[in-house]
Design a protein around this ligand. Structure first.
Ligand SMILES: [Zn+2]
Length: 312
């Protein structure tokens, strides 16, 4: 019988790391999982979190543009994470509200697991009534298309933030871009929406985009970035989209992620939203939080702390 003590665990770990030249922790690589979906209710509304998987990568030096690599690593290791190895999960939602099935954000498309897990959750993409998009980054819109580049939600109305659509479809704005990354965001968005014939319904902030789902302007990460409040009865959850990326940015709201297009506005939005989540005790559904990506928020000395929960 194997004795479970510190020495035997370390001995096993040493043998493993000698073979792989990796620390034992880094040697644990996530693989495709069994169907990943998680159900909960907000009043009478059914929410299903459907994972699109996650991405683990060595983060670039400018991952947080206003902090050094050492500062980012210090904050990341303080969360019991592995230095240099960033982990970004993706968590689109399916909401059954009234008699409608609504998807909020669609994951990475061919690179992700959203569509396979959607099927496993018993949800037919062809029967989805509406898809609501928060903003036009590829990890939120690429799942609008299937592997062949055809519309993945055949009969769904596609709802997009009006300011986001205006900005990214504006040739003048596209012409102003100087970085490969921003040219890529414009190109990626146009590829997806051109494949849909640009047939979308544009929505503004403060609108009930589906029964019980209200859009909230949370601009900064992108010019037209939106979040959502799902509310029914006494239940309420804030669907933050990318107000923060993973919880590193909740713990350190002053960190400016390289993908925040207007970093000052994104930080102001982040602090405003998180102060509201703390004051009103509203749980948050974080697109880039670890699955099932639902948490309640507390104030901390450096910013905020997310406490994972599995139901409301
Ligand atoms: Zn994102």
């Amino acid at each position: 019988m194997m004795k479970l003590n510190r020495r035997s665990i370390l001995a096993g770990a040493a043998a493993a790391s000698a073979a792989t030249a990796l620390t034992p922790f880094a040697a644990l690589q996530a693989q495709a999982q069994a169907a990943g979906f998680h159900n909960y209710k907000v009043g009478t509304i059914d929410v299903t979190v459907v994972t699109d998987g996650s991405n683990t990568f060595k983060f670039p030096d400018n991952f947080v543009v206003n902090k050094t690599r050492d500062e980012v690593n210090a904050a990341w290791v303080a969360m019991s994470q592995q230095a240099d190895q960033m982990v970004v999960p993706y968590s689109p939602l399916v909401v059954k509200t009234g008699n409608r099935t609504v998807v909020i954000d669609t994951g990475r498309g061919a690179a992700g697991q959203f569509h396979a897990n959607l099927k496993a959750a018993g949800i037919d993409a062809g029967q989805v009534d509406a898809v609501i998009i928060s903003h036009f980054h590829g990890d939120h819109i690429n799942g609008l298309l299937d592997k062949d580049g055809k519309p993945a939600f055949a009969k769904a109305e596609i709802l997009v933030p009006a300011p986001e659509f205006k900005y990214f479809m504006d040739d003048g704005e596209m012409g102003k871009q100087t970085t490969d990354r921003m040219k890529g965001v414009f190109g990626g968005a146009r590829k997806v929406f051109d494949a849909l014939g640009r047939k979308v319904t544009q929505y503004e902030a403060g609108k009930e985009v589906a029964p019980g789902i209200t859009s909230v302007a949370t601009h900064g990460h992108t010019p037209g970035h939106m979040s959502f409040i799902i509310a029914s009865g006494n239940g309420k959850v804030f669907v933050q989209s990318d107000v923060t990326n993973n919880p590193l940015f909740a713990r350190n709201p002053g960190f400016h992620l390289m993908f925040d297009q207007d970093a000052q506005a994104a930080e102001a939005t982040r602090r405003k939203v998180y102060d509201m989540l703390v004051a009103d005790k509203v749980p948050v559904q974080g697109f880039h939080y670890p699955f099932p990506a639902l948490a309640r928020i507390e104030k901390s000395s450096s910013g905020y702390r997310e406490i994972p929960v599995t139901s409301l």
